[in-house]
Design a protein around this ligand. Structure first.
Ligand code: ARG
Length: 580
């Protein structure tokens, strides 16, 4: 189904034959024909150019011989040598038509589910109890959910791990503050999502009041000691926060559920065994005030080895120990083959070091892989971290409210016939979609500037543009009064049809690649190209005004385009209303 691969498979034996007759045992192994899209033909291979030096032959000669030897007649209308030695390939129209028909007949649009499904654990979102979800959590949540959707659709077993910050010393002051407020007042405050003011009030007392600080300190000891009353209050804090986070996930349309909370506290009873195991493996060092592991290859600016702190002098365990226990659990108990950590770039070194320790301890070994899926920051127009007007961190829900409000204005302006219920539905899809898409369509490792105007624009690489392209195709079918005629063959004639055909046939390659690289902006960019190519096709090629088989074929192309857009956006976590 994947054209690049189809053509590469035909070129590879020809390249192999060329190297074999040259008596070249191929120290660099078989030649990869590297078939790519081309400006001058549909596809090109430049492998002859790199082979020329190895074989001491002119690249054009090699390319010509490859073309003589390769079996391409049934696929290509034109196969020729071009420029300094490119192999240029133009696929035959009837081949494009029949490949598209096969794709259209397949529910999965030509994407074959993994025959060797793996268990993929995606660690994402990970907000902290009694702390507001801010814009930083947006990226982890949105990117992580795309990783979940994509891995799942590719046939893997996905475990969502929401590594909630639900344990540690701050809970002493949080519980004492809860007691001061009274349980029901505290619960009210937390359930409406006033997490930050709750946390801040606790912090203010902690900093200003010696007696409160002493109570908080004792409360931590009681919590760690398993005191029943304390645990009950702690659970209350966690439950209220979880309830609030779930409401945000609902609004964001991400797939995280209550069952996916796997907070830090889940690992409490595994921490001592983990430390023991590290000790037995001879990895534990006493650094004076903590027990640490110094994984090989990590040094600070002063050249001194860097530690992963495992147990502090007071016996408490930290973030690092919990992550070590989590790696061990995910591999040993969950059977994970691929561990993904969708966490901001500042934690890159933390994860690299945790993975290194896990390797030294023998928990993480091939074929199991662990990847830090890092990302940059969300910036304001001034190029600094995005701030609210008051100068504080931006509450995620405030951002989502504004997105939906702006999208509603847009929907009303664009289509005055929509009733208010329809406006609300479109506004939700477009507003939330725009925010998510802005995040997913930029290279995740880079920072990006949060810009309402741009993300809600109806043209450009935006969610509204893609959603609108999809809705426009659905409206063609409403006007046609029919669905796609069953088994209508797709026939490619016009150059604009060819261009669209080649884009659509690229779906499998991009989905498979992004499944590996998790570079979602590649999928986003692909969908945007599909939509613009469709729009070129639709301008040139009448659909409803065409006759008979041409009309049917074009309707089939329209439908396939809509399905590719819908599925692609679904994988990014973005919904596609039928009407806008
Ligand atoms: N709660 C953490 C934070 O807000 C994120 C958790 C990331 N996941 C992990 N396994 N450490 O920074």
């Amino acid at each position: 189904m994947n054209l690049e691969k189809l053509l590469a498979d035909r070129l590879a034996p020809a390249f192999a034959a060329v190297t074999a007759t040259a008596g070249d045992a191929g120290p660099d192994g078989p030649v990869d024909p590297t078939v790519r899209r081309s400006q001058h033909a549909d596809f090109q291979s430049d492998a002859a150019l790199s082979l020329a030096r190895r074989l001491h032959r002119a690249p054009r000669d090699i390319a010509a011989e490859v073309l003589r030897r390769a079996e391409l007649a049934d696929l290509c209308a034109v196969a020729e040598v071009s420029g300094p030695g490119f192999v240029n390939l133009t696929v035959a129209d009837d081949v494009l038509g029949s490949l598209l028909s096969t794709m259209a007949a397949d529910d999965r649009l030509g994407v074959v589910a993994a025959t060797d499904p793996q268990t993929v654990v995606v660690d994402y979102s990970g907000p902290n109890v009694a702390k507001e979800m801010h814009v930083g959590h947006l990226r982890s949540t949105v990117l992580g959910d795309a990783a979940v959707r994509l891995s799942g659709w590719l046939g893997h077993t996905v475990v969502r791990a929401n590594h909630l910050g639900d344990w540690g010393t701050p809970f002493g002051m949080l519980i004492e503050h809860l007691l001061d407020l009274g349980e029901s007042t505290a619960a009210d405050e937390l359930s409406v999502g006033d997490l930050d003011s709750f946390y801040r009030a606790a912090r203010v007392k902690f900093d200003a009041d010696d007696a409160f600080r002493e109570r908080a300190r004792r409360r931590v000891v009681a919590l760690q000691g398993g005191d029943e009353l304390t645990l009950r209050l702690w659970r209350l804090l966690v439950a209220e926060s979880e309830r609030y986070f779930l409401s945000v996930y609902g609004r964001l349309d991400v797939t995280l559920t209550a069952a996916d909370f796997q907070g830090e506290s889940r690992y409490n009873d595994q921490l001592a065994p983990v430390v023991e195991e590290l000790d037995r493996a001879g990895l534990l060092r006493d650094s004076g005030d903590a027990a640490c592991v110094f994984p090989a290859g990590f040094t600070g600016r002063d050249g001194q080895p860097l530690p992963v702190i495992v147990r502090k002098r007071d016996g408490g365990y930290g973030y690092g120990a919990t992550d070590l226990a989590a790696v061990r659990h995910r591999i040993a108990d969950l059977g994970a083959a691929r561990l993904l950590y969708v966490v901001g770039a500042p934690q890159r070194q933390h994860f690299e070091m945790v993975f290194a320790v896990a390797r030294e301890a023998g928990w993480l070994k091939p074929p199991v892989t662990a990847e830090h899926v890092g990302f940059g920051s969300v910036l304001g127009a001034d190029g600094r971290m995005l701030r609210s007007r008051a100068g504080g961190t931006v509450k995620l829900v405030d951002l989502l409210d504004e997105a939906v409000r702006r999208a509603a204005e847009l929907a009303r302006a664009k289509n005055p016939d929509l009733d208010e219920a329809a406006v609300a539905e479109v506004a939700r899809a477009v507003g939330i979609g725009a925010v998510k898409y802005a995040d997913l369509s930029t290279d995740r490792i880079k920072d990006y500037v949060f810009d309402w105007q741009r993300m809600l624009s109806l043209d450009g690489n935006t969610a509204p543009y893609l959603q609108y392209a999809h809705a426009r195709i659905r409206s063609i079918f409403r006007r046609a009064g029919t669905g796609v005629p069953a088994d209508a063959p797709i026939v490619i004639g016009d150059p604009a049809e060819r261009a669209l055909a080649i884009e659509l046939l690229g779906f499998e390659a991009v989905v498979t690649t992004v499944g590996r690289t998790l570079e979602f902006h590649q999928l986003a960019g692909y969908l945007h190209t599909v939509a613009t190519t469709f729009s070129g096709f639709y301008e040139r090629c009448p659909v409803l005004r065409a006759d008979g088989p041409v009309r049917d074929s074009r309707l089939a192309l329209c439908d396939l385009t809509a399905r590719v857009l819908r599925q692609g956006l679904y994988l990014l976590g973005i919904t596609t209303p039928d009407r806008m």
